[in-house]
Design a binder for this molecule. Structure first.
Ligand code: JFZ
Length: 416
C-alpha cells in the first residue's frame, strides 16, 4: 500500500478517533450469510462453481432463530471483547439489511428481517462498539465482474456500491468501524472511487474508523491469518479464523484454537500495539458454535483477572524483548508483564532484564512475589510447585521497574 504524506491535522484527528480502538485490543468478527447454510466455507459458491440461479435458492431457505446477535454480543462481552464486526454483505452478494439497492436481501427474502438492525441493537445492548464488514467484490450483482471492462457497468455497480455504503452509514445510528473487503475487480482506488466513497462515509459518521481494503491505507492495516505488526505509526489489527474457515464449517475440536493459543495471540498483538479480531462463523440459524462458546468463555474468565497486561496503552516491545523459554512479554512504561505459559516449578528465572526491579506481583491474585535480582537474572521465588492458573496454565507476573526496563541477553555464556 502506497505511503501517503498526512498532515498533522489528519494524524491528530485519527488519534482522537482511534483512542477507544487501541485501548479495546480485542474484537469479535462474525461471518454469517447464506453460505452458513452450506457449512462448507464462505467461498463455497466460488470454489464449487455453484450457478447463481441455484445459489439464490438459499435466500428463501434461510431460517434464522430469534435475535441470534444477542448471543454473539453476550459472548463477546463475556470474552473480554470490546467491539464486533459483522458481514453485512459477503462476496455472495446477499445483503443482510433492509436495502433499496437490491431485492436480494434478508428483508425481502428468507428471514424477512433486518439482520443488521438486530446486530446493531445487540451491540448497543451489551456496550460493544459496532463494526460493519462490507465486501466490495460481489459474485451476484450482474455488473460485479463486467464493471472492470465496461464503463456503463462500472457506473451502475459503483452507484450500487456507494448506495449500499451510504445506507449502512445513514440508517443505523452511530457506526464505529467500516471494514471493507476484497476490492476485486478493480486494482486502484480510482476504480472504486474510494476517496469519494470514504469521504462520504466520514461525512455521515465523523468518528468512524476505516480499514485499508479499498485500496487506500485509511486508518488501520489488516494482516490476515497471521500476526505481524505494521510499521510503527500505523495501526493494525490481525483478523483470525477460529478453525480455518470464516463461515460456519464443522471441524473436529483439535482444529479450533485452544484457549492458550488465543491468549498467546492476544499477547502477541499487545506486544506490538495491535488488535485481534477473532472470528466466529455462526451456524445457519445464528447460534454460536459450541467450541467457540466454550473457549471464548474461558478466555474471558482468564482476562477478567489478567486483562491489565493487554488492555489500554501498551508499548511496542517485540523487537526489544526476545522470546524466553518459559514465556513472553508485554510492556506498559516501567511495568513489564511476563506471561508465563510453561510453568517452571517453585522458582522462575528470567534472564537479561536490566533496570532496577522494585516490585513483582501476580495479576491473578494481586499477591506480591518474592524476588531476587542479580546482574543478569531475576529470580521469582516461593512459587507453587504446579501452575496455579487452572483456566489456561498462563500466569502473568507484573514486574515494576524504577525506569523503563531493557533486555540484554548476550550471545554466549554470561561471565560475572
Ligand atoms: C477475505 C475473504 O475472501 C474471506 O472470505 C474473509 O471474509 C476474509 C476476512 O477476507 O479474504 C482475504 C482477504 C485478503 C487477504 C487474504 C484473504 N489478504 O490480503 O491476504
Amino acid at each position: 500500500m502506497a505511503k501517503t504524506q498526512e498532515s498533522a491535522a489528519v494524524l491528530k484527528d485519527r488519534a482522537r478517533r482511534m483512542k477507544w480502538w487501541h485501548d479495546a485490543r480485542f474484537g469479535m468478527f462474525v461471518h454469517w450469510g447464506l453460505y452458513s447454510q452450506l457449512g462448507r466455507h464462505e467461498w463455497a459458491m466460488n470454489r464449487e462453481r455453484i450457478p447463481i440461479s441455484e445459489y439464490e435458492k438459499l435466500a428463501d431457505s434461510w431460517k434464522v432463530k430469534p435475535r441470534p446477535a444477542r448471543e454473539w454480543a453476550a459472548l463477546a462481552k463475556k470474552a473480554g471483547m470490546k467491539y464486533m464486526v459483522m458481514t453485512t454483505k459477503h462476496h455472495e452478494g446477499f445483503c443482510l439489511w433492509d436495502t433499496q439497492q437490491t431485492a436480494y436481501n434478508a428483508v425481502k427474502r428468507g428471514p424477512h428481517r433486518d439482520l443488521v438492525a438486530e446486530y446493531v441493537d445487540a451491540c448497543r445492548e451489551f456496550g460493544l462498539k459496532v463494526g460493519f464488514y462490507y465486501s466490495l467484490m460481489d459474485w451476484h450483482h450482474p455488473d460485479g465482474a463486467r464493471c472492470a471492462k465496461d464503463e456503463k457497468a462500472r457506473r451502475r455497480f459503483l452507484d450500487f456500491t456507494h448506495g449500499c455504503v451510504r445506507e449502512l452509514m445513514s440508517n443505523y445510528g452511530k457506526i464505529d468501524i467500516l471494514w471493507y473487503d476484497v476490492a476485486w475487480p478493480f486494482s486502484t482506488p480510482e476504480g472504486w472511487e474510494s476517496k469519494k466513497m470514504n469521504a462520504m462515509a466520514r461525512k455521515l459518521q465523523p468518528d468512524i474508523i476505516v480499514n485499508n481494503r479499498s485500496w487506500l491505507p485509511e486508518d488501520f492495516g489488516t494482516p490476515e491469518e497471521h500476526i505481524r505488526a505494521e510499521d510503527a505509526g500505523r495501526a493494525w489489527e490481525a483478523c483470525m479464523t477460529f478453525n480455518g474457515s470464516w463461515g460456519w464449517l464443522p471441524t473436529p475440536p483439535e482444529d479450533w484454537h485452544s484457549v492458550r493459543k488465543v491468549l498467546d495471540m492476544l499477547r502477541q498483538v499487545s506486544s506490538e500495539q495491535g488488535n485481534l479480531l477473532l472470528n466466529i462463523g455462526p451456524k445457519p440459524d445464528g447460534s454460536v458454535p459450541e467450541l467457540a462458546n466454550e473457549r471464548l468463555s474461558a478466555v474471558g474468565k482468564w482476562i477478567a483477572k489478567n486483562g491489565e497486561a493487554m488492555y489500554g496503552a501498551v508499548d511496542r516491545c517485540g523487537g526489544r524483548f526476545e522470546w524466553m523459554n518459559t514465556g513472553a512479554y508485554t510492556l506498559k512504561k516501567n511495568s513489564l508483564y511476563y506471561w508465563c505459559s510453561r510453568w517452571p516449578g517453585k522458582e522462575l528465572a528470567i534472564g537479561g532484564l536490566k533496570g532496577s526491579l522494585r516490585k513483582v506481583t501476580r495479576l491473578d491474585t494481586g499477591a506480591n512475589v518474592k524476588f531476587r535480582q542479580e546482574k543478569f537474572r531475576v529470580l521469582l521465588q516461593g512459587l507453587p510447585e504446579n501452575c496455579p492458573d487452572k483456566v489456561a496454565g498462563v500466569v502473568v507476573f507484573k514486574l515494576d521497574f524504577a525506569s523503563a526496563p531493557r533486555q540484554e541477553l548476550g550471545t554466549g555464556y554470561v561471565v560475572l
